[in-house]
Ligand binder design. Sequence first.
Ligand SMILES: Cc1ncc(COP(=O)(O)O)c(C=O)c1O
Length: 481
Amino acid sequence: MSMHGTSASSDQVINHLSLEDRLAEIIAQYRQERKLGKVVEYQTYQELKAVVANLNLEAGAEDLEQVWQMVTTYLANSVKTSHPQYFNQLWSGQSDAALIGGIVEVMANTSMYTYEVAPMATLVENQMLGVFKKKFGFESGEAQVTTGGSNSNYLALMLSLHHKFPQVKTSGLHTLPPVAVFVSQESHYSLDKAAVMLGIGTDSLYRIAVDERGAMSVDSLEQAIAQAKEDGRVPLCIVGTAGTTVRGAYDPFESLAEIAKAEEAWFHIDGAWGGGAVFADKEKRYLKGFELADSMAWDAHKMLGVPLMFAMLFVREAGHFDRVCNLGDTSYIFHADTEDRDLGPYSLQCGRRVDSFKCWLEYLYYGEAGFTKRINRFMALAEHAEAIILETPELELQSHRWINNICFRFTHPAISDLEAFNREVRNTLHQSGQSFVNVAYLDGEFTIRLIIANHEMTEKNINIFFKEWLTTARTLLPQYL
Ligand SMILES: Cc1ncc(COP(=O)(O)O)c(C=O)c1O
């Protein structure tokens, strides 16, 4: 009996209800505030470290009050990534349906390896993979959910190696000749990591020059292949990018596929970001040649806006995952006496969280037509941002705009250090919490990279961003003259 004379089980009920009420309150408050006020209450690492150090927490106190206090502190010191002035990353925003899905994924805590522990999740994941395989033209092949675009790129390179040299599975790399992987100079850094993880090393990456719009130069690719062969390397894989990380460029896939075929090399497309253009009425034309790829990476948590993470790797021909990933004594987990369709044998992981449910709810709620509407809107908003840059003399569009990446800077003939100046404008807006945008380099030149990927963003938010940008720049300008 408890102090109040109630039974232990009714105490549990009361605690349980109060936990739910408390959680509901926090969610309601966060959802109300996530689009208002500052994007972030900026603090330096040291300042925030001091805040956390002063929280006076007691590990092992078994005190939920302390837990709730930490939740409040955590949220108050986090970036509001759904704020419509957040343009910083290749993802932002959140739909109601996906939020519900994300919460349920965590609450129902299970692992994707077996049907028996994740029956519904297995069916949901298979359905989502089926929908997207069809959309990207990989119906007759296979697909799997990975931990992200980086992991998909790694797995694709791994498949290419095992396809070319099946003996690598048992006898290892040292029995193979050196290989060469061809990537755009502006490809994602996950390919460097993939080369290291695969054990082929970064020297095996040949970085191909891009044209003035950021697309891989076919002439340079051919020269690099000739060079690699001269270096004694076997062409293993050509990686095209659909939507490069900084400027959103698309490589010439048809030409890349033709060259890969002639060289008997694997052709992988990293569409982690720009694959989402498949839903855009106009921009889907950039994906021409996708149907020729051996594999393709795509992240639904980027352009499509499903909360992090939901990433996939599509492969043209079925059977690769089984040959490469299905290994070891798994009798304790995958039971041969059932009809179950386990996904675990084909993954690089053992335990794997459920990522597909939030996307499934998003898909059920919006449908493919809703996805198309969303991505078309991003492109229209990006066009609006581009028009503002083009009609403002102090702003310069630094690269051709393909999709919803916009690269620009503020210029003035008397500013000697444009990088320092633009960096300060960006940091001022970030630290004041007004707008949050990223920086990058384009062929060594500093640029501001604006990404439009929040489905709740409107033209008004773009206008506010540029107004704030210009006001801040004009205020700081005298210090740079
Ligand atoms: C083109 C491209 N590929 C791969 C990745 C890596 O994706 P993830 O963050 O899901 O690992 C990114 C991330 O920005 C990207 O832009």
